[in-house]
Design a protein around this ligand. Structure first.
Ligand SMILES: [Zn+2]
Length: 187
């Protein structure tokens, strides 16, 4: 049975999965199409975020989103990219596998259909809590009022048979860029 996979776009510490470290349930972003299996992974501002799939991912359709962080000031933190994943190069309905949402994306790529399994989606924005407006509006340091716990990528997935995060090494709670499978679909 073939399996399409989407790997971690960064190497970094996992800040939250189904729940944040404080026990609160992790937000599923409606603007990214809903779904399941949220994960936050820490990385540095400016880090390029690529869709990285295995060879079964033949094409993607992307669409930019702008409501990906409640309460945050308008800016890149509220932006994201919804990526629909296909097992055919033409990106047909029959070839649709599922979607992966990426939130907190600066300079997202134009909406479109792209062939292949490796695409630059955008970059991580500067720390929202380093900005005075963000600090005030998000009550930085007091808990998960906004979506910021430092610079990180948020991801979630939906449709067909989504299977959550696998780690190369679960004990250290790190993912590895292009190696740790975050989402996969059997077909
Ligand atoms: Zn998140």
């Amino acid at each position: 049975m073939p399996t399409a996979k989407v790997y971690s776009p960064v190497s970094g510490l996992v800040l939250g999965e189904a729940r944040y470290p404080n026990g609160q349930p992790h937000t599923i972003i409606n603007d990214l199409g809903g779904g399941c299996c949220p994960i936050d992974i820490a990385s540095a501002a400016g880090t390029p975020i690529y869709l990285i799939g295995n060879g079964r991912v033949k094409s993607i359709r992307t669409s930019r989103r702008t409501r990906c962080c409640r309460n945050a000031p308008d800016g890149w933190w509220t932006h994201g990219v919804l990526v629909r994943v296909y097992r055919d190069e033409a990106g047909t309905e029959a070839g649709y596998l599922g979607s992966v949402g990426y939130a907190h994306i600066a300079n997202p790529l134009p909406d479109g259909h792209y062939r292949g399994n490796y695409h630059l989606l955008g970059h991580l924005p500067p720390d929202m809590c380093a900005d005075p407006v963000g600090q005030r509006q998000c009550r930085c340091g007091t808990g998960a009022w906004c979506c910021s716990n430092g610079v990180h990528i948020h991801m979630q997935a939906k449709d067909n048979e989504v299977i959550g995060v696998t780690y190369l090494d679960r004990t250290d709670k790190h993912t590895y860029r292009g190696k740790s499978t975050l989402f996969k679909w059997h077909y």
